[in-house]
Design a protein around this ligand. Sequence first.
Ligand SMILES: NC(=O)c1ccc[n+]([C@@H]2O[C@H](COP(=O)([O-])OP(=O)(O)OC[C@H]3O[C@@H](n4cnc5c(N)ncnc54)[C@H](OP(=O)(O)O)[C@@H]3O)[C@@H](O)[C@H]2O)c1
Length: 277
Amino acid sequence: MRVVVTGSKGQLGRALLEMMEGHTLLPIDLPEHDFTEDSTFQAIVDFAPEMVIHGGAFTNVDGCETDPDTAYRVNALGTQNVALACQTCGAAMLYVSTNEVFDGTKEEPYLEFDPPNPIGVYGKSKLAGEMYVRALLKKFYIVRTAWLYARGDNNFVTKMIKAADERGALRVVTDEVGSPTYAPDLAAAIVRLIQTGRYGIYHFTNEGACSRYEFCLKILELSGRGHIPVTPITSDQYKRIAQPPLYSVIRNYCGATALGIILRPWEEALQEYFADE
Ligand SMILES: NC(=O)c1ccc[n+]([C@@H]2O[C@H](COP(=O)([O-])OP(=O)(O)OC[C@H]3O[C@@H](n4cnc5c(N)ncnc54)[C@H](OP(=O)(O)O)[C@@H]3O)[C@@H](O)[C@H]2O)c1
């Protein structure tokens, strides 16, 4: 298959490139290709792909809050540009979206059919991207995921380890709940999904859920730092620029039920992450 992968230098993009070695690939990322620009629209059309996996995004959630214009330019208009390229060359598109399109008030896992209601700029700009995909294309997948991590990156796992080593003690919130997701597991699910032709909205995260506090305890245990003390706090005691949805667990109903695509439990994936290190 001829496949375009945007965000190819990011956590998910790198995992996708590794997993799709047998395919003919066009990787798109900065600085060579900016997917908000006409030149990238043209590069995609000229490549004549069958599939475009659009994982590139402005993913800094606090950064989106302080610079909404950039968030909407990249996540909304950039996605419009990529979707229009797909429309022009007849490619199917897979858009990677986020659990942050929901407001976090449901108290049970969000289904693919639940109405989004983002509370932050990042979630709003990603939802705007979803709306362009739905309005412009017939052949699309939207895959929402959450709490992504991969080796060698600035994510929650690496941040907790760095903070533990620097400070010797941590304070972590108990009331933000989600599903940690290992980027290679998400990439494998996406590679299976794009072969089905069953277009629609999917929720792919590693199975199970935990609070940031529980996630941190597991990270410290598996990295040999179980002795580091962690104080449980609530999110009103931890001030940050963006306020993420508190309960942001998304349930994989459609992928599991219709296609049998299920990611393994988050604890198992985290174990493999540390084993691979
Ligand atoms: N990370 C999470 O916890 C999380 C949770 C839910 C959903 N998601 C979604 O999952 C997808 C993959 O996330 P990720 O963690 O792999 O992201 P990531 O590591 O931040 O990778 C995103 C990549 O896109 C690139 N990019 C940004 N703007 C671009 C542009 N205008 N043109 C070309 N490339 C551009 C970035 O380059 P620079 O680094 O140079 O900016 C980066 O290499 C994203 O769509 C994200 O919204 C992520």
